[in-house]
Every structure is written in structure tokens, then in C-alpha cells.
Design a protein around this ligand. Structure first.
Ligand code: DMJ
Length: 608
């Protein structure tokens, strides 16, 4: 073989090498083997060779039992079959290019989720897999450590889910101390919020049996014909979003049917003089109204401005244009309105179409409106120019009017009340680090680098809000006035309710920069959750992040399973899992596929 490959390279029997003395040959072979050892050493141990190493390790990885694309047990064959079936007809999956997209999930899972399954199997179960790695931060970049971190997050999900299943099955959320169900006013008579919110997380983590049971519950028990008032926003992001993701990931038609059925039930909320929807709707009677506390009977920006992704996808999967038309109409109203200093106030009357109180915030009441502008642009395969323009203009106004630096140099985004700044930042506002990073690439000339820097600065500030507490978890709101610097000063700002925004930003920042500190910070959050929020029967929020004495709020929020644990899992997974080129997370972390150019044009045309 060597001879064939090296004819003419001087290694044949008749060559000079062939006639060399034995000791010379020995010295030559010794040098050759030293050279080979050095080359392989470089591939595996030099930090810059990370990508190359990953290529080597992944390409030789065996397919494991439970891989979605494999022949082992689990959802795999069903996923492949669903993709094959759907590509055999002209339907939304084909139009969306989902045959390719779903293959993307499958590939990603082979490397990340499937790998996790294999890891668990090798280690002999979740107990052992759950042991926190004791490695130093530097060594945490090694594949084995990251895999065990991912396994730990999966174990947390299983623990949260098993306890919900045992003590609160079918109710909206679990009370992990009382060990029973928690009824939240946000969902009216609807039930099963945790089940629907968890579907895609279970799927992504390869918790197949749990996913199957959840699906069975959806099929047999998820009922929308209830006489109760629901929050249009909450039900859209959690239920419609959760069902759509479950459909796109698994291909199971039941999720699509349920999503469309619920979408239809929500439509009467848009029957207002302006088309700006009511905050609340009675699912049986179709009667809508706004929150009593909202300025002058207004609708809330973060609520009516955060329906876009789900409603566009409802049109995609149903072929019914009216869903997309409703949210396009909201966009038009907002675009036409005069904005104070270019800013969007949080309150807008659905009757008069006038702004209510001039309170502007990138945290609560405003947050996900901005998020959905940039995500609408990305989800439209970069065709939704209107969303793009509105996003960058809004961002510029926010930067000019709201972004400030504290005395110690921490960058924060303040709130704006009729021109006066309130120097506080909510936990909710911490999603903005990830949002800024997500939008940096397409920013107007010269601003890309700046937005990435701003994203990194906001992430540092939010991390500081965690670091400066005794529990290493962040408060609901932290201040930058009266001597405070990224700490809560009021008792009712000190709680932590298992919110995701900070780890959400770590996840995006990790994916855009591969700076290991974001994984380190994510791991700090995992350890803090374990230490302070894990109780006998699930995870609970805490009332004071500055005290290590346990004072739990006894609620395991559904977004903990939908978002916090999913983002942490993705943070410790390969980039191929739900890659940003193919998927956009809705504001409840439910992945929705990018709508390929030709399909999006169709939605826009229908609107004109
Ligand atoms: C989630 O329901 C969503 O992320 C929403 O956009 C904001 N609040 C919660 C989590 O904190």
C-alpha cells in the first residue's frame, strides 16, 4: 500500500531508503512516528484546534439507541417517517422546507440529544449523571464535562416533570411544597399548561416516554371549550407556541389540529375598533376586555406585540390567511403611530388607537414586543423589511434615551416615565443581551460590532445581579441609584421565580461568541437552582435572593420547564441543535422554523 501511494517518493525497495543501513532506517522511522504524534497532539490538545477536534470526534461517533434518526426505540423512526410523509404531498411542511428543517433537528439530536442518551446509558442512569462535575472552569470546555452538564440539566427536567406528573397531573402548574396543583388566573379554565409548555423540551431532551404520555393527555384531555377568561398573550405564547413546536418537531398532526382550534378561539379578541386585541378573552363566549389596572383601559405592548410569530405560523400550518392578517394589522397600527422620541409606550387603547401613559420599558410590559420585531425578521428568512426597520429604529431610540452606565461602569437599560428615567432594570429585561446579539449581524452600517459589545455589556450586568446575591440567583428587579449597583433595594423586588431571561442570554451569547464564560455562568445558575430552588417534590421560586434561609414561594412555573431548563440544555449542547439558521425561539422558548422566502411572500401578499 505504502509503495502504491508513494511510488516516486523514495520509499521503494530499490530506492535509496531501501538500500540504507538498518540504523539509518530505524532513525528515519523514529522521526516519522514522532512527527505523526506531534500532529495528532496538536489536533487534540491545542485550544485553537477545537473545531477540528469536534469534527474528528463527531464524525466517528457511533449512532446510539434512542437516536431520533436511528433504528433504536423512541421517537426517531416516527420523526423520519413524518418527514418522509410530509415531503410526499404539497403541504405546509414541504412549503416550509421542513423536510430539510426536520432533518436538521434529527442531525442535531444525533449529535447532542442522542449523545446525551448514550451518556446516561453508559453512566448507569440519572443519579450518577446528575453528579456535578468537579472540574476547574478551564477544563469545563472539554466534551466530557459539557456532556455531564447537559445530563445534569436533563435530570433536573425529569425531576421537575416527574413531580408535576405525580402530584399535579392535568393542572396548570405544580406546588412543589404543598404537593398539589397550582391554579393560575392567566389560563382561565384551561388546564395542563405545564404539559403543553414542556412538550418540546421533553422531545429535545429525548425523554420519549414522558413525551408520549404528554401527547396522550393533549389528545384526550386538552379542551378549549371552557367558560373562563384567558390571557390572550399567555395562552398564545405557551399553548399555541407549545403545540406548534411539538408539531414541527414530532410531525404529529394532533398538535397542529389543537393549535389551529385554539387559534380560532382566540380570534374574537381582535374584534376591536383598531384591531389591537383585548388582553383577556372568554374562550366560550368570545367576549374580550382589558386588565382593570392598565392605563385608561389600554392593551399592553408586550402582550399584543407578542403574537406575531405564532399567528404567522398558524397561517402556515392551516393555510388560513386570517391569523397572519390579524398580526400584520397590529404592525400597521404601530408603524403609523407618532412615537414620543421614537419610543413605544407600553399602553395603547384598542378603541381610540392612542397611547396611554408614557411608560417605556424593555423589561415588563414592553420586552417581547422588541424581541418579536427582530425575530419576525429572522423567521421570515430576512424578508420582513418592515419588522427589521422598526426594530433598528426602536433600538436606536432605546439606546439614546434609556441605556446608561452606572458609577462602577455597568451598562443597564433604564425605564422611562414621561421623560424621567427610573434607574432600574428588571430580570425580564435581561433577555435583551441575547436579542442584541441576535440582531447584530443585520444592523445598519458600522453598528454590528457596537451591538455585540452592548450585548456583552448587558450580559455582564445581568450576571452581576446574580453574582451580588447570597444565593447566586438574580432578583426580580435591580437598581442603579441611591448607591445601589445591580442590586434590589426593595423587599418586593428581591424574589426569583425560576425565570429564564438571564440564562436565555447566556445561551445566545455562547452561540454567537463561543466565549467559555457564558457556559461557566450558566453552570453557576444550575448549581444555584439546585441548592436553593430544588425541594422535595420539584423546583420552587424563592422570596429573597439575598438570604440563604429557605423561603420558597411553592410554585414550579411552567416556563421553568419550557424555557429555563431548555435554554440551559441548549447552552450545553452542540450548535447544531435547533440552529439559529433554521429555528427561532418564541418568547416562551418554543422553537418555530424559519419560513422560507417563497412562503413568507405569500403571507405578505395575502395581507395586501
Ligand atoms: C415567560 O412567560 C416569557 O418569557 C415572557 O415573554 C416573559 N415572562 C415569562 C418568563 O419570565
Amino acid at each position: 500500500m505504502i509503495r502504491r501511494l508513494c511510488s516516486g517518493c523514495g520509499l521503494g525497495p530499490g530506492s535509496r531508503f531501501g538500500s540504507a543501513r538498518l540504523s539509518q532506517r530505524f532513525v528515519f522511522l523514529l522521526s516519522l512516528s514522532a512527527l505523526v504524534t506531534v500532529c495528532f497532539g496538536a489536533i487534540f490538545f491545542l485550544p485553537d484546534a477545537l473545531r477540528l477536534r469536534r469534527f474528528f470526534l463527531l464524525s466517528s461517533e457511533p449512532q446510539r439507541a434512542g437516536d431520533p434518526a436511528g433504528s433504536g426505540p423512541g421517537l426517531g423512526p416516527r420523526v423520519v417517517a413524518a418527514a418522509a410523509t410530509s415531503s410526499g404531498r404539497v403541504g405546509p411542511l414541504r412549503r416550509l422546507g421542513l423536510d430539510r428543517v426536520r432533518q436538521g433537528v434529527t442531525d442535531g439530536e444525533r449529535r447532542a440529544t442522542g449523545e446525551a442518551d448514550g451518556g446516561a446509558a453508559r453512566k448507569g442512569g440519572p443519579e450518577e449523571a446528575g453528579a456535578p462535575p468537579s472540574a476547574e472552569p478551564r477544563a469545563q470546555s472539554t466534551e466530557g464535562v459539557v456532556r455531564s452538564q447537559r445530563e445534569k440539566v436533563k435530570e433536573m427536567m425529569k425531576f421537575a416533570w416527574d413531580n408535576y406528573r405525580r402530584y399535579a397531573w392535568g393542572t396548570n402548574e405544580l406546588k412543589p411544597l404543598s404537593k398539589n396543583g397550582h391554579a393560575s388566573g392567566l389560563f382561565g379554565g384551561l388546564s395542563g399548561a405545564t404539559i403543553v409548555d414542556s412538550l418540546d423540551t421533553l422531545f429535545i431532551m429525548g425523554l420519549h416516554e414522558e413525551f408520549r404520555e404528554a401527547k396522550e393527555w393533549v389528545e384526550n384531555n386538552l379542551d378549549f371549550n371552557v367558560n373562563g377568561e384567558v390571557s390572550v398573550f399567555e395562552v398564545t405564547i405557551r399553548f399555541v407556541g407549545g403545540l406548534l413546536s411539538a408539531y414541527y418537531l414530532s410531525g404529529d398532526e394532533i398538535f397542529k389540529m389543537k393549535a389551529i382550534e385554539l387559534g380560532e378561539k382566540l380570534l374574537p379578541a381582535f374584534n376591536t375598533p383598531t384591531g389591537i386585541p383585548w388582553a383577556l378573552i372568554n374562550l366560550r363566549s368570545g367576549v374580550g376586555r382589558n386588565w382593570g389596572w392598565a392605563s385608561g383601559g389600554s392593551s399592553i405592548l408586550a402582550e399584543f406585540g407578542t403574537l406575531h410569530l405564532e399567528f404567522v405560523h398558524l397561517s402556515e400550518v392551516s393555510g388560513i390567511p386570517k391569523f397572519a392578517e390579524k398580526v400584520m394589522a397590529i404592525r400597521k397600527v404601530l408603524n403609523r403611530l407618532e412615537k414620543p422620541h421614537g419610543l413605544y409606550p407600553n399602553y395603547l387603547s384598542p378603541v381610540t388607537g392612542h397611547w396611554g401613559q408614557h411608560h417605556v420599558s424593555i423589561g415588563g410590559l414592553g420586552d417581547s414586543f422588541y424581541e418579536y420585531l427582530i425575530k419576525a425578521w429572522l423567521m421570515s428568512d430576512k424578508t420582513d423589511e418592515e419588522a427589521k426597520t422598526m426594530y433598528y429604529e426602536a433600538l436606536q431610540a432605546i439606546e439614546t434615551n434609556l441605556v446608561r452606565k452606572s458609577a462602577s461602569g455597568l451598562t443597564y437599560i433604564a425605564e422611562w416615565r414621561g421623560g424621567i428615567l427610573d434607574h432600574k432594570m428588571g430580570h425580564l429585561a435581561c433577555f435583551s443581551g441575547g436579542m442584541l446579539a441576535m440582531g447584530a449581524d443585520d444592523a445598519p452600517t458600522d453598528l454590528s460590532k457596537h451591538y455585540m459589545e452592548l450585548a456583552a455589556e448587558i450580559t455582564i450586568t445581568c450576571h452581576e445581579s446574580y453574582k451580588r446575591s447570597a444565593t447566586k440567583l438574580g432578583p426580580e428587579a435591580f437598581r442603579f441609584d441611591g448607591g445601589a449597583d445591580a442590586v434590589a433595594t426593595r423587599m418586593n423586588d428581591k424574589y426569583y421565580i425560576l425565570r429564564p431571561e438571564v440564562v436565555e442570554t447566556y445561551m445566545h451569547m455562547w452561540r454567537f461568541t463561543h466565549d467559555p464564560r457564558y457556559r461557566e455562568w450558566g453552570w453557576e445558575a444550575v448549581q444555584a437552582l439546585e441548592q436553593h430552588c430544588r425541594v422535595d417534590a420539584g423546583f420552587s421560586g424563592i422570596r429573597d435572593v439575598y438570604s440563604t434561609l429557605p423561603h420558597h414561594d411553592d410554585v414550579q412555573q411552567s416556563f421553568f420547564l419550557a424555557e429555563t431548563l431548555k435554554y440551559l440544555y441548549v447552552l450545553f449542547s452542540e450548535d447544531e441543535l435547533l440552529s439559529p439558521e433554521q429555528w427561532v425561539f418564541n418568547t416562551e422558548a418554543h422553537p418555530l422554523p424559519v419560513v422560507r422566502r417563497n412562503t413568507q411572500e405569500q403571507v405578505i401578499t395575502n395581507d395586501q
